[in-house]
Design a protein around this ligand. Sequence first.
Ligand code: UDP
Ligand code: MN
Length: 282
Amino acid sequence: MDSGLRPDRPARSDRAFATLVTNADYALGAQALLRSIAWTGSTADRVVLHTGGVDGAALAPLSDLGARLIEVDLLPTSQAFNARHARDTLHAAAPFTKGGKPAFHTPLDNFAKLRLWQLTDYRAVVFIDADALVLRTIDKLFHYPEFCAAPNVYESLADFHRLNSGVFTARPDLATYEAMLARLDQPEAFWRRTDQTFLETWFPDWHGLPVTYNMLQYVWFNLPGLWNWDTIRVLHYQYEKPWQTDHAKADRLQPLIALWEQYLDGTAPPDLTAQTAPCASS
Ligand code: UDP
Ligand code: MN
C-alpha cells in the first residue's frame, strides 16, 4: 500500500526534529524554526513534512537549512470527517474565543502530524509546530518516553489540565499509526482542537513537560510572572503569527515578534540575556 510519504533523501540520524508545512506561510515559520534548531548545535535530523501544494520556492530555504523534506498526503480520512473539520464548520461548531487564527490556518491539515508515527527510520521524534522557536537545546527530549507534551498554559491555572500539541515526543510505530487512524475517523468523530484534542484523548496519561518546553506567547501579557528568559527553551507563537504584519496583538507582542524576525533574518543568534522583561500589568 502507498505509505503517503515521499522523502527527498534518507535519514542521517536515528533522531529527528519534525515540523509540518502545508502552505507558504508555515514554510516561512519553519525557516525561522530550522535556524533556531541549527543555532542550538543539535546533530539530530530535521524533517519537514510538507504537502504537494507547497511550491519549490517556499521549500528551497528549508533544504538550504539542512532539512530532509518529506512530501506527505493529508490523511486518508473520509469525506464526512473532512467536512466536519473544514475551517468554517469547525470555527462555527467550536469558536475560538481567546485569540485569532490566521486565514492561512486550515484545521484539517493539522491531522497530518500523525504521520510522524510512520517515520520508522527514526528511533525518536520530537515534533515542533512551524510557528515556534527553539531558544536553547532540547535534545534530551530524545531520551524521554512517548508521549510528553507541555500543558496549554496561557491564561489561568485551569490551562494545566490540557496539553498543547505544539511540542511533543513520539516513537514512530506503524501499528500505532494504523490504530490512531482507525480511532480518528470513526462515524461522527469531531476533534474540536484537531490533533491536539485527538492526542490528549489517545494519550490520557501524557507525561507533562515544564511549560518552558512550550512557552506560549500569550503568557507574555496574561501571566507575566511565569515569564523567565533564562529558562525558556521553546517559544511558541500560538494564535496570531509573528509574520502577520497587522495582527490584533502585534503591539503587545512586539518584543517577541522582533525576536522571531532575528531568527528569520539569520544574521546572528540573538542575545537572550539582553531581552526585556514583560510588563507586570496586563
Ligand atoms: N499547519 C500547517 N498548515 C495549516 C495549519 C497548521 O502547516 O494550515 C501546521 C504548522 O506546523 C502549524 C501547526 O500545524 O504550526 C499547528 O497550527 P498552528 O501553529 O497555526 O496552531 P496554534 O499553535 O495557533 O494552535
Ligand atoms: Mn502553533
